[in-house]
Design a protein around this ligand. Structure first.
Ligand code: HEC
Ligand code: HEC
Length: 155
């Protein structure tokens, strides 16, 4: 009666080991956009559809999106995105995160961001700055922009 028990334990062990080594391909690692960078892709898509713990994207993003020119005719290279605790008009806002967008118009970061009760996004272009009037509690910008509201743009 002992042998079947041992085999069962061995099988359970092997199953657990297989389960553990079956990590998702992308895995988490540092993946942060930089001014002039060109390694990103899939402009306009919701990056977090794949760059999440259950997806195949390289690195799990906490904030990411794509910025376009005002007429949406092309992406906007090298923007700067800030996340603040309060709207610009208040004056006592705290800067929680800054992400430098790349040459393809994408910005993304795997750095952890404390969204707290909500943060106000700001997108800075070479000729103008755009403010989101409402707060966000998650950073998948392209899950709304280009889907339920206009594409992100700046001047
Ligand atoms: C459909 C799934 C999918 C979507 C959507 C997606 N990615 Fe990816 N991404 C991947 C996969 C898979 C890889 C790794 C293989 C590769 O480079 O294609 C990757 C790799 C990358 C890399 C390269 C990392 C390196 O090793 O240099 C960057 C940067 C990146 N993605 C940014 C983004 C951004 C920004 C968005 C949104 C605008 C996005 N991705 C949307 C699946 C996706
Ligand atoms: C939950 C949905 C949602 C998410 C997520 C979201 N936004 Fe917005 N955003 C909106 C809506 C709705 C507006 C208002 C659109 C308008 O003014 O007509 C807006 C407006 C803006 C504006 C001002 C208008 C414009 O397009 O220039 C900026 C800038 C902006 N968002 C940046 C961001 C950034 C950056 C992120 C990600 C860090 C983000 N938003 C995530 C819904 C969202």
């Amino acid at each position: 009666m002992r042998k079947p028990g041992l085999i069962f334990i061995l099988l359970a062990f092997v199953t657990i080991m297989m389960f553990q080594s079956c990590g998702k391909e992308g895995g988490n690692r540092t993946n942060i956009s930089q001014t002039g960078g060109t390694s990103s892709h899939k402009m306009g898509q919701n990056c977090m559809n794949c760059h999440n713990p259950n997806g195949e994207g390289a690195g799990w993003f906490n904030a990411a999106g794509t910025v376009y020119t005002a007429d949406s005719s092309s992406t906007y290279a090298n923007v700067v995105v800030h996340l603040y605790t309060a709207p610009d008009s208040v004056g006592n806002q705290v800067l929680v995160a800054t992400i430098n967008g790349d040459a393809k118009g994408n910005f993304y970061t795997t750095e952890s961001i404390n969204f707290g009760s909500g943060l106000y996004p700001v997108v800075v272009g070479a000729h103008g700055t755009r403010y989101m009037a409402a707060t966000i509690t998650q950073g998948a910008c392209n899950s709304c922009h280009g889907v339920t509201t206009g594409k992100l743009y700046t001047l």
